[in-house]
Design a protein around this ligand. Structure first.
Ligand code: NAD
Length: 518
Protein backbone atom coordinates (compact mmCIF):
# COMPACT_ATOMS: atom_id res chain seq x y z
CA UNK A 1 0.00 0.00 0.00
CA UNK A 2 1.43 3.35 -1.01
CA UNK A 3 1.34 5.54 2.07
CA UNK A 4 1.37 9.08 0.80
CA UNK A 5 -0.34 8.30 -2.48
CA UNK A 6 0.37 10.84 -5.16
CA UNK A 7 -2.08 10.93 -8.02
CA UNK A 8 -0.64 13.09 -10.79
CA UNK A 9 -3.45 14.45 -12.91
CA UNK A 10 -2.95 16.46 -16.04
CA UNK A 11 -4.72 19.80 -15.90
CA UNK A 12 -3.98 21.51 -19.20
CA UNK A 13 -6.37 24.35 -18.49
CA UNK A 14 -4.13 25.86 -15.87
CA UNK A 15 -0.68 25.26 -17.18
CA UNK A 16 0.33 28.81 -17.94
CA UNK A 17 3.13 28.63 -15.38
CA UNK A 18 4.64 25.59 -17.06
CA UNK A 19 3.62 23.45 -14.09
CA UNK A 20 0.57 21.84 -15.67
CA UNK A 21 0.54 18.62 -13.65
CA UNK A 22 -1.50 18.77 -10.50
CA UNK A 23 -0.22 16.49 -7.75
CA UNK A 24 -2.98 15.03 -5.63
CA UNK A 25 -2.22 13.23 -2.36
CA UNK A 26 -4.15 10.74 -0.26
CA UNK A 27 -3.29 10.59 3.45
CA UNK A 28 -3.81 7.65 5.80
CA UNK A 29 -4.41 7.25 9.50
CA UNK A 30 -1.30 5.54 11.01
CA UNK A 31 -3.44 3.64 13.54
CA UNK A 32 -6.25 2.34 11.34
CA UNK A 33 -4.40 2.59 8.00
CA UNK A 34 -7.65 4.01 6.57
CA UNK A 35 -7.57 7.06 4.27
CA UNK A 36 -8.23 10.34 6.07
CA UNK A 37 -8.63 12.47 2.97
CA UNK A 38 -7.11 13.87 -0.20
CA UNK A 39 -5.73 17.24 -1.18
CA UNK A 40 -4.12 18.92 -4.18
CA UNK A 41 -0.59 20.23 -3.97
CA UNK A 42 -0.61 23.87 -4.92
CA UNK A 43 1.42 24.88 -7.92
CA UNK A 44 4.03 27.51 -8.34
CA UNK A 45 1.60 30.03 -9.86
CA UNK A 46 -0.79 29.56 -6.93
CA UNK A 47 2.01 30.07 -4.42
CA UNK A 48 3.08 33.26 -6.20
CA UNK A 49 -0.53 34.49 -6.21
CA UNK A 50 -0.74 33.88 -2.46
CA UNK A 51 2.43 35.91 -1.94
CA UNK A 52 0.95 38.74 -4.02
CA UNK A 53 -2.22 38.74 -1.91
CA UNK A 54 -0.11 38.76 1.24
CA UNK A 55 1.98 41.64 -0.04
CA UNK A 56 -1.15 43.72 -0.64
CA UNK A 57 -2.62 42.92 2.78
CA UNK A 58 0.55 43.40 4.85
CA UNK A 59 0.86 47.23 5.07
CA UNK A 60 -2.57 47.63 6.66
CA UNK A 61 -1.79 44.81 9.08
CA UNK A 62 1.54 46.40 10.01
CA UNK A 63 -0.19 49.74 10.54
CA UNK A 64 -2.31 48.26 13.34
CA UNK A 65 -1.28 48.86 16.91
CA UNK A 66 0.28 45.91 18.80
CA UNK A 67 -2.83 45.67 20.99
CA UNK A 68 -5.07 45.47 17.93
CA UNK A 69 -2.97 42.70 16.40
CA UNK A 70 -2.87 41.00 19.78
CA UNK A 71 -6.66 40.99 19.96
CA UNK A 72 -6.82 38.86 16.80
CA UNK A 73 -4.48 36.34 18.42
CA UNK A 74 -6.54 36.33 21.61
CA UNK A 75 -9.63 35.60 19.53
CA UNK A 76 -7.71 32.69 18.00
CA UNK A 77 -7.11 31.36 21.53
CA UNK A 78 -10.83 31.57 22.27
CA UNK A 79 -11.64 29.65 19.07
CA UNK A 80 -9.00 27.04 19.85
CA UNK A 81 -10.34 26.48 23.36
CA UNK A 82 -13.91 26.26 22.11
CA UNK A 83 -12.97 23.73 19.41
CA UNK A 84 -10.14 21.89 21.08
CA UNK A 85 -11.67 18.42 20.74
CA UNK A 86 -12.22 18.79 16.99
CA UNK A 87 -8.70 20.12 16.51
CA UNK A 88 -7.19 17.26 18.53
CA UNK A 89 -9.26 14.75 16.57
CA UNK A 90 -7.79 15.93 13.24
CA UNK A 91 -4.24 15.95 14.63
CA UNK A 92 -4.61 12.47 16.15
CA UNK A 93 -6.14 11.04 12.96
CA UNK A 94 -3.15 12.19 10.93
CA UNK A 95 -0.34 11.48 13.39
CA UNK A 96 -1.47 8.57 15.58
CA UNK A 97 -0.44 10.40 18.77
CA UNK A 98 -2.13 9.58 22.06
CA UNK A 99 -4.89 12.11 22.76
CA UNK A 100 -3.27 13.39 25.96
CA UNK A 101 -0.03 14.05 24.12
CA UNK A 102 -1.83 15.86 21.31
CA UNK A 103 -3.67 18.05 23.79
CA UNK A 104 -0.57 18.84 25.87
CA UNK A 105 1.89 19.54 23.10
CA UNK A 106 -0.36 20.99 20.42
CA UNK A 107 -3.24 22.78 22.16
CA UNK A 108 -1.76 23.88 25.50
CA UNK A 109 1.49 25.12 23.95
CA UNK A 110 -0.41 26.90 21.18
CA UNK A 111 -2.63 28.78 23.64
CA UNK A 112 0.50 29.81 25.52
CA UNK A 113 2.47 31.10 22.53
CA UNK A 114 -0.50 32.99 21.07
CA UNK A 115 -1.06 34.72 24.39
CA UNK A 116 2.60 35.29 25.23
CA UNK A 117 3.45 37.09 22.00
CA UNK A 118 0.11 38.93 21.91
CA UNK A 119 0.80 40.37 25.37
CA UNK A 120 4.52 41.04 25.12
CA UNK A 121 5.22 42.08 21.53
CA UNK A 122 4.61 45.74 22.39
CA UNK A 123 7.42 45.73 24.97
CA UNK A 124 9.84 43.53 23.03
CA UNK A 125 9.44 45.40 19.75
CA UNK A 126 9.21 48.91 21.20
CA UNK A 127 11.68 51.44 19.79
CA UNK A 128 14.89 51.40 21.82
CA UNK A 129 17.09 54.44 22.46
CA UNK A 130 20.74 53.40 22.80
CA UNK A 131 23.55 55.56 24.19
CA UNK A 132 26.23 56.34 21.60
CA UNK A 133 29.72 55.99 23.04
CA UNK A 134 31.83 57.87 20.50
CA UNK A 135 29.82 59.88 18.00
CA UNK A 136 28.23 62.02 20.68
CA UNK A 137 26.48 64.39 18.28
CA UNK A 138 24.07 61.61 17.22
CA UNK A 139 21.06 60.09 18.88
CA UNK A 140 20.44 56.42 18.09
CA UNK A 141 17.07 54.68 18.08
CA UNK A 142 16.41 51.10 16.99
CA UNK A 143 13.06 50.61 15.25
CA UNK A 144 11.86 47.02 14.80
CA UNK A 145 10.22 47.01 11.39
CA UNK A 146 8.27 44.09 9.93
CA UNK A 147 10.04 42.27 7.11
CA UNK A 148 6.95 42.01 4.89
CA UNK A 149 5.82 38.54 3.81
CA UNK A 150 7.20 35.56 5.74
CA UNK A 151 7.11 32.01 4.37
CA UNK A 152 6.83 29.32 7.03
CA UNK A 153 7.57 25.68 6.12
CA UNK A 154 6.92 23.03 8.74
CA UNK A 155 7.22 19.28 9.46
CA UNK A 156 4.70 16.65 10.49
CA UNK A 157 5.78 15.67 14.00
CA UNK A 158 3.96 18.52 15.82
CA UNK A 159 1.96 19.68 12.84
CA UNK A 160 -0.11 22.29 14.63
CA UNK A 161 2.14 24.01 17.17
CA UNK A 162 5.27 24.05 15.01
CA UNK A 163 3.21 25.91 12.40
CA UNK A 164 1.40 28.13 14.87
CA UNK A 165 4.36 29.27 16.96
CA UNK A 166 6.40 30.93 14.18
CA UNK A 167 3.15 32.25 12.69
CA UNK A 168 2.18 33.96 15.96
CA UNK A 169 5.61 35.60 16.14
CA UNK A 170 5.66 36.72 12.51
CA UNK A 171 2.12 38.14 12.73
CA UNK A 172 2.73 40.03 15.96
CA UNK A 173 5.81 41.56 14.36
CA UNK A 174 3.54 42.97 11.63
CA UNK A 175 4.23 40.53 8.81
CA UNK A 176 1.85 38.66 6.54
CA UNK A 177 2.40 34.89 6.57
CA UNK A 178 2.22 32.07 4.03
CA UNK A 179 2.33 28.68 5.75
CA UNK A 180 3.33 25.51 3.87
CA UNK A 181 2.67 22.64 6.30
CA UNK A 182 3.99 19.13 5.77
CA UNK A 183 2.24 17.12 3.07
CA UNK A 184 2.01 14.26 5.58
CA UNK A 185 -0.15 16.32 7.95
CA UNK A 186 -1.82 18.71 5.55
CA UNK A 187 -5.16 18.72 7.35
CA UNK A 188 -3.62 19.66 10.70
CA UNK A 189 -1.83 22.48 8.90
CA UNK A 190 -5.08 23.60 7.35
CA UNK A 191 -6.59 23.95 10.82
CA UNK A 192 -4.55 27.13 11.17
CA UNK A 193 -6.50 28.72 8.31
CA UNK A 194 -9.72 27.88 10.13
CA UNK A 195 -8.28 29.32 13.34
CA UNK A 196 -7.19 32.66 11.91
CA UNK A 197 -10.26 33.00 9.70
CA UNK A 198 -12.39 32.48 12.81
CA UNK A 199 -10.28 35.09 14.61
CA UNK A 200 -11.26 37.54 11.86
CA UNK A 201 -7.78 38.19 10.44
CA UNK A 202 -8.00 40.48 7.39
CA UNK A 203 -7.96 38.57 4.12
CA UNK A 204 -4.50 37.79 2.80
CA UNK A 205 -2.67 38.34 6.11
CA UNK A 206 -2.44 34.61 6.81
CA UNK A 207 -2.72 31.92 4.12
CA UNK A 208 -2.01 28.22 4.03
CA UNK A 209 -0.69 26.66 0.83
CA UNK A 210 -0.91 22.89 0.83
CA UNK A 211 1.67 20.82 -0.95
CA UNK A 212 4.90 18.87 -0.93
CA UNK A 213 8.59 19.72 -1.18
CA UNK A 214 7.99 21.22 -4.63
CA UNK A 215 5.42 23.60 -3.17
CA UNK A 216 7.89 24.47 -0.40
CA UNK A 217 10.57 25.08 -3.00
CA UNK A 218 8.18 27.36 -4.90
CA UNK A 219 7.57 29.36 -1.73
CA UNK A 220 11.32 29.88 -1.28
CA UNK A 221 11.46 31.25 -4.85
CA UNK A 222 8.28 33.37 -4.70
CA UNK A 223 9.83 36.61 -3.49
CA UNK A 224 9.08 36.35 0.22
CA UNK A 225 11.10 38.41 2.71
CA UNK A 226 12.03 35.56 5.06
CA UNK A 227 11.75 31.79 5.26
CA UNK A 228 11.25 30.17 8.62
CA UNK A 229 11.94 26.48 8.05
CA UNK A 230 11.56 23.53 10.41
CA UNK A 231 12.39 20.06 9.15
CA UNK A 232 15.18 17.68 8.22
CA UNK A 233 18.82 18.55 7.63
CA UNK A 234 18.56 17.45 3.98
CA UNK A 235 15.61 19.73 3.16
CA UNK A 236 17.06 22.50 5.33
CA UNK A 237 20.20 22.53 3.20
CA UNK A 238 18.10 22.99 0.04
CA UNK A 239 16.08 25.77 1.65
CA UNK A 240 19.28 27.45 2.85
CA UNK A 241 20.74 27.25 -0.65
CA UNK A 242 17.61 28.78 -2.22
CA UNK A 243 17.53 31.56 0.38
CA UNK A 244 21.23 32.25 -0.13
CA UNK A 245 20.74 32.50 -3.88
CA UNK A 246 17.77 34.85 -3.44
CA UNK A 247 19.41 36.80 -0.58
CA UNK A 248 16.44 36.08 1.66
CA UNK A 249 17.08 35.62 5.39
CA UNK A 250 16.09 32.28 6.87
CA UNK A 251 16.05 30.35 10.10
CA UNK A 252 16.61 26.62 9.80
CA UNK A 253 15.38 24.45 12.69
CA UNK A 254 16.67 20.99 11.84
CA UNK A 255 17.19 17.51 13.23
CA UNK A 256 19.00 16.37 16.35
CA UNK A 257 20.63 13.44 18.11
CA UNK A 258 20.24 14.63 21.66
CA UNK A 259 22.55 13.14 24.27
CA UNK A 260 21.64 12.52 27.91
CA UNK A 261 24.45 12.37 30.47
CA UNK A 262 23.80 10.53 33.73
CA UNK A 263 26.34 11.56 36.38
CA UNK A 264 27.23 9.25 39.31
CA UNK A 265 25.29 11.42 41.78
CA UNK A 266 22.08 11.57 39.70
CA UNK A 267 18.69 10.83 41.21
CA UNK A 268 18.36 7.57 39.27
CA UNK A 269 14.60 7.31 39.53
CA UNK A 270 14.12 10.79 38.12
CA UNK A 271 16.77 10.17 35.45
CA UNK A 272 15.18 6.86 34.40
CA UNK A 273 11.69 8.42 34.26
CA UNK A 274 13.12 11.31 32.24
CA UNK A 275 14.95 8.98 29.85
CA UNK A 276 11.81 6.95 29.18
CA UNK A 277 9.66 10.03 28.64
CA UNK A 278 12.35 11.80 26.63
CA UNK A 279 12.85 8.85 24.30
CA UNK A 280 9.32 7.59 23.79
CA UNK A 281 7.01 10.59 23.83
CA UNK A 282 5.45 11.13 20.39
CA UNK A 283 6.97 7.71 19.61
CA UNK A 284 10.40 9.32 19.68
CA UNK A 285 9.48 11.55 16.75
CA UNK A 286 10.64 14.75 18.38
CA UNK A 287 13.58 16.86 17.27
CA UNK A 288 14.65 17.09 20.94
CA UNK A 289 14.03 13.40 21.76
CA UNK A 290 16.59 11.74 23.98
CA UNK A 291 18.35 9.73 21.26
CA UNK A 292 21.41 8.44 23.19
CA UNK A 293 22.30 8.01 26.85
CA UNK A 294 25.78 8.06 28.39
CA UNK A 295 25.69 6.71 31.92
CA UNK A 296 28.71 6.60 34.20
CA UNK A 297 29.84 3.06 34.94
CA UNK A 298 29.22 3.01 38.69
CA UNK A 299 25.47 3.67 38.28
CA UNK A 300 24.95 2.12 34.84
CA UNK A 301 23.47 -1.20 36.00
CA UNK A 302 20.96 0.33 38.36
CA UNK A 303 19.96 3.07 35.91
CA UNK A 304 19.48 0.58 33.08
CA UNK A 305 17.43 -1.76 35.27
CA UNK A 306 15.12 1.10 36.21
CA UNK A 307 14.76 2.21 32.56
CA UNK A 308 13.85 -1.31 31.44
CA UNK A 309 11.35 -1.67 34.29
CA UNK A 310 9.66 1.64 33.48
CA UNK A 311 9.63 0.88 29.74
CA UNK A 312 7.84 -2.41 30.43
CA UNK A 313 5.06 -0.52 32.19
CA UNK A 314 4.25 1.70 29.18
CA UNK A 315 0.93 1.14 27.44
CA UNK A 316 1.06 1.36 23.68
CA UNK A 317 -1.99 2.01 21.53
CA UNK A 318 -4.43 4.67 20.43
CA UNK A 319 -6.74 7.01 22.34
CA UNK A 320 -6.64 8.54 25.81
CA UNK A 321 -5.45 5.89 28.28
CA UNK A 322 -2.20 5.07 26.47
CA UNK A 323 1.36 6.32 26.75
CA UNK A 324 2.97 5.59 23.39
CA UNK A 325 1.20 5.99 20.08
CA UNK A 326 1.87 5.05 16.47
CA UNK A 327 4.62 6.21 14.15
CA UNK A 328 3.73 8.51 11.30
CA UNK A 329 4.55 6.59 8.10
CA UNK A 330 5.94 3.22 7.03
CA UNK A 331 9.08 5.03 5.83
CA UNK A 332 9.74 6.43 9.29
CA UNK A 333 9.12 3.02 10.85
CA UNK A 334 11.55 1.41 8.40
CA UNK A 335 14.31 3.84 9.47
CA UNK A 336 13.81 2.66 13.05
CA UNK A 337 13.92 -0.99 11.99
CA UNK A 338 17.11 -0.36 10.01
CA UNK A 339 18.84 1.41 12.92
CA UNK A 340 17.92 -1.32 15.39
CA UNK A 341 18.96 -4.11 12.99
CA UNK A 342 22.28 -2.35 12.35
CA UNK A 343 22.91 -2.00 16.10
CA UNK A 344 22.08 -5.66 16.79
CA UNK A 345 24.30 -6.81 13.91
CA UNK A 346 27.16 -4.83 15.49
CA UNK A 347 26.69 -6.32 18.95
CA UNK A 348 23.95 -4.32 20.69
CA UNK A 349 21.63 -6.12 23.11
CA UNK A 350 17.87 -5.52 23.04
CA UNK A 351 16.54 -5.21 26.62
CA UNK A 352 13.02 -4.13 25.63
CA UNK A 353 11.02 -3.95 22.42
CA UNK A 354 13.08 -4.19 19.26
CA UNK A 355 10.22 -4.92 16.87
CA UNK A 356 6.92 -3.74 15.45
CA UNK A 357 4.13 -4.27 17.94
CA UNK A 358 2.46 -7.52 16.78
CA UNK A 359 -0.78 -6.63 18.55
CA UNK A 360 -1.61 -3.96 15.98
CA UNK A 361 -2.12 -3.59 12.24
CA UNK A 362 -1.12 0.06 12.44
CA UNK A 363 2.35 1.62 12.53
CA UNK A 364 3.34 0.80 16.11
CA UNK A 365 6.97 0.12 17.02
CA UNK A 366 7.55 -1.10 20.56
CA UNK A 367 9.44 1.19 22.96
CA UNK A 368 12.95 -0.19 22.64
CA UNK A 369 15.95 -0.16 24.99
CA UNK A 370 19.40 -1.10 23.70
CA UNK A 371 22.71 -1.55 25.53
CA UNK A 372 26.26 -2.45 24.46
CA UNK A 373 26.03 0.29 21.85
CA UNK A 374 28.87 2.38 20.42
CA UNK A 375 29.57 5.10 17.89
CA UNK A 376 30.03 2.64 15.02
CA UNK A 377 26.26 2.17 15.04
CA UNK A 378 23.67 4.23 13.15
CA UNK A 379 21.54 4.35 16.28
CA UNK A 380 24.25 6.42 18.01
CA UNK A 381 25.18 8.65 15.09
CA UNK A 382 22.17 9.27 12.82
CA UNK A 383 18.81 10.74 13.86
CA UNK A 384 16.54 7.72 14.47
CA UNK A 385 13.34 9.68 15.14
CA UNK A 386 11.63 6.69 16.69
CA UNK A 387 10.98 5.02 20.08
CA UNK A 388 14.52 3.77 20.65
CA UNK A 389 16.71 4.44 23.70
CA UNK A 390 20.33 3.29 23.33
CA UNK A 391 22.29 3.32 26.60
CA UNK A 392 26.09 3.50 26.54
CA UNK A 393 28.21 2.88 29.62
CA UNK A 394 31.09 5.36 30.06
CA UNK A 395 34.12 5.59 32.37
CA UNK A 396 33.39 9.06 33.73
CA UNK A 397 31.68 12.36 33.01
CA UNK A 398 34.58 13.60 30.87
CA UNK A 399 34.17 10.66 28.51
CA UNK A 400 30.40 11.29 28.44
CA UNK A 401 30.93 14.91 27.39
CA UNK A 402 33.44 13.88 24.73
CA UNK A 403 31.01 11.35 23.26
CA UNK A 404 28.05 13.72 23.56
CA UNK A 405 29.95 16.17 21.36
CA UNK A 406 31.09 13.49 18.91
CA UNK A 407 28.25 14.21 16.48
CA UNK A 408 27.33 16.41 13.55
CA UNK A 409 24.18 17.46 15.39
CA UNK A 410 23.80 20.02 18.19
CA UNK A 411 20.18 20.68 19.02
CA UNK A 412 19.55 19.86 22.69
CA UNK A 413 21.07 17.80 25.51
CA UNK A 414 20.35 16.88 29.10
CA UNK A 415 22.52 16.40 32.18
CA UNK A 416 21.38 14.57 35.28
CA UNK A 417 23.09 15.30 38.60
CA UNK A 418 22.04 16.16 42.16
CA UNK A 419 24.50 19.08 42.06
CA UNK A 420 22.57 21.64 40.03
CA UNK A 421 25.49 24.08 40.03
CA UNK A 422 27.83 21.47 38.55
CA UNK A 423 25.11 20.54 36.03
CA UNK A 424 24.73 24.12 34.86
CA UNK A 425 28.52 24.42 34.58
CA UNK A 426 28.81 21.16 32.66
CA UNK A 427 26.08 22.38 30.27
CA UNK A 428 28.52 24.92 28.86
CA UNK A 429 30.81 22.16 27.61
CA UNK A 430 28.06 20.59 25.48
CA UNK A 431 27.92 21.79 21.87
CA UNK A 432 24.14 22.13 21.71
CA UNK A 433 21.65 24.92 21.24
CA UNK A 434 20.13 24.24 24.65
CA UNK A 435 20.87 22.03 27.63
CA UNK A 436 18.44 20.94 30.33
CA UNK A 437 19.64 19.95 33.79
CA UNK A 438 17.54 17.21 35.43
CA UNK A 439 14.83 17.43 32.79
CA UNK A 440 14.09 16.94 29.12
CA UNK A 441 11.72 17.90 26.30
CA UNK A 442 11.04 21.23 27.88
CA UNK A 443 13.06 23.67 25.81
CA UNK A 444 10.49 24.36 23.11
CA UNK A 445 7.77 24.71 25.73
CA UNK A 446 9.53 27.50 27.64
CA UNK A 447 8.42 30.40 25.48
CA UNK A 448 11.12 32.75 26.77
CA UNK A 449 13.95 30.36 25.84
CA UNK A 450 15.68 31.01 22.50
CA UNK A 451 15.55 27.75 20.54
CA UNK A 452 17.87 26.71 17.74
CA UNK A 453 20.57 24.21 16.89
CA UNK A 454 24.31 24.33 16.41
CA UNK A 455 26.32 22.38 13.79
CA UNK A 456 23.96 20.58 11.36
CA UNK A 457 20.99 21.14 13.68
CA UNK A 458 20.27 24.54 12.31
CA UNK A 459 20.92 28.16 11.62
CA UNK A 460 19.46 30.97 13.72
CA UNK A 461 17.04 30.82 16.61
CA UNK A 462 13.31 31.05 17.18
CA UNK A 463 11.21 31.83 20.26
CA UNK A 464 11.42 34.37 23.04
CA UNK A 465 12.59 37.92 22.52
CA UNK A 466 15.35 36.92 20.09
CA UNK A 467 12.89 34.88 18.02
CA UNK A 468 10.28 37.64 17.86
CA UNK A 469 12.87 40.23 16.84
CA UNK A 470 14.11 37.90 14.10
CA UNK A 471 10.83 38.57 12.26
CA UNK A 472 11.83 42.23 12.06
CA UNK A 473 14.55 44.34 10.60
CA UNK A 474 16.23 46.31 13.40
CA UNK A 475 16.50 49.67 11.68
CA UNK A 476 19.03 52.12 13.13
CA UNK A 477 17.76 55.70 13.08
CA UNK A 478 20.53 58.21 13.78
CA UNK A 479 19.43 61.77 14.39
CA UNK A 480 21.85 64.70 14.54
CA UNK A 481 21.68 66.48 17.91
CA UNK A 482 23.37 69.86 17.50
CA UNK A 483 23.00 71.06 13.91
CA UNK A 484 25.63 73.39 12.45
CA UNK A 485 26.64 73.96 8.86
CA UNK A 486 29.11 71.06 8.67
CA UNK A 487 30.82 68.27 10.65
CA UNK A 488 34.47 67.69 11.39
CA UNK A 489 34.79 64.64 9.12
CA UNK A 490 33.08 66.25 6.11
CA UNK A 491 34.89 68.04 3.21
CA UNK A 492 37.36 69.58 2.73
CA UNK A 493 40.15 67.09 3.62
CA UNK A 494 43.24 68.98 4.80
CA UNK A 495 46.61 68.27 6.44
CA UNK A 496 45.32 70.16 9.49
CA UNK A 497 42.33 67.84 9.76
CA UNK A 498 44.61 64.80 9.46
CA UNK A 499 46.88 65.90 12.31
CA UNK A 500 43.81 66.72 14.45
CA UNK A 501 42.43 63.23 13.85
CA UNK A 502 45.78 61.66 14.73
CA UNK A 503 45.91 63.61 18.00
CA UNK A 504 42.37 62.58 18.81
CA UNK A 505 43.04 58.88 18.08
CA UNK A 506 46.17 58.97 20.28
CA UNK A 507 44.18 60.52 23.11
CA UNK A 508 41.15 58.21 22.92
CA UNK A 509 42.91 54.85 22.53
CA UNK A 510 46.38 55.78 23.81
CA UNK A 511 45.71 57.41 27.21
CA UNK A 512 44.19 55.90 30.37
CA UNK A 513 41.37 58.49 30.52
CA UNK A 514 40.59 58.09 26.81
CA UNK A 515 40.49 54.31 27.11
CA UNK A 516 38.17 54.61 30.11
CA UNK A 517 35.72 56.71 28.11
CA UNK A 518 35.97 54.75 24.84
P1 NAD B 1 11.23 17.31 5.86
O1 NAD B 1 12.50 18.07 5.71
O2 NAD B 1 11.04 16.12 5.03
O3 NAD B 1 9.97 18.27 5.55
C1 NAD B 1 9.77 19.47 6.26
C2 NAD B 1 9.01 20.44 5.37
O4 NAD B 1 9.85 20.85 4.30
C3 NAD B 1 7.77 19.84 4.71
O5 NAD B 1 6.75 20.80 4.71
C4 NAD B 1 8.25 19.55 3.29
O6 NAD B 1 7.21 19.54 2.34
C5 NAD B 1 9.17 20.72 3.06
N1 NAD B 1 10.20 20.55 2.03
C6 NAD B 1 10.81 19.40 1.62
N2 NAD B 1 11.73 19.68 0.67
C7 NAD B 1 11.71 21.02 0.49
C8 NAD B 1 12.44 21.92 -0.35
N3 NAD B 1 13.37 21.51 -1.21
N4 NAD B 1 12.18 23.25 -0.27
C9 NAD B 1 11.24 23.71 0.60
N5 NAD B 1 10.51 22.90 1.41
C10 NAD B 1 10.75 21.58 1.35
O7 NAD B 1 11.10 16.99 7.41
P2 NAD B 1 9.99 16.09 8.11
O8 NAD B 1 10.26 14.66 7.82
O9 NAD B 1 8.66 16.66 7.83
O10 NAD B 1 10.29 16.39 9.66
C11 NAD B 1 11.16 15.64 10.44
C12 NAD B 1 12.46 16.39 10.64
O11 NAD B 1 12.21 17.69 11.17
C13 NAD B 1 13.36 15.69 11.64
O12 NAD B 1 14.69 15.73 11.17
C14 NAD B 1 13.22 16.56 12.88
O13 NAD B 1 14.32 16.49 13.77
C15 NAD B 1 13.08 17.92 12.30
N6 NAD B 1 12.45 18.84 13.23
C16 NAD B 1 13.19 19.86 13.74
C17 NAD B 1 12.63 20.71 14.67
C18 NAD B 1 13.40 21.86 15.26
O14 NAD B 1 12.78 22.76 15.80
N7 NAD B 1 14.73 21.86 15.20
C19 NAD B 1 11.31 20.52 15.09
C20 NAD B 1 10.60 19.44 14.55
C21 NAD B 1 11.17 18.62 13.62
Amino acid sequence: MAWLEAVATSDPGSGSDGDATRRRYRLRNPVTLEPVGEFDAQREAEVRAAVERARKAQPAWAALDFDERGRFLQRAVAHLLANQDAFVETIVAETGKPTVEAFASEIVTSCDVLTWYAKRARRILADRALPVHLVKNKKLRIAYQPLGVVGIITPWNFPFVLSLNPTAQALMAGNAVILKPSEITAFSGRLLQELFDAAGLPEGVFQVVLGDGETGRALCEAGVDKISFTGSVASGRKVGEACGRNLVPCTLELGGKDPMIVCPDADLDRAANGAVYGAFTNSGQVCISTERVYVVDEVADEFTRKVVEKTASLRQGAGGEVDVGAMITPTQLEIVERHVADAVARGARVLAGGRRNPAYEGLFYEPTVLTDVNHDMLVMTEETFGPVLPIMRVRDVDEAVELANDTRYGLNASIWTRDRRVGAQLARSIEAGAVVVNGCMVTYGVTEAPFGGRKDSGVGQVNGEIGLRSYCHAQSILVDRFGGKSEGSWYPHTEKKLSRMKRMARWIWGTPLGRLLS
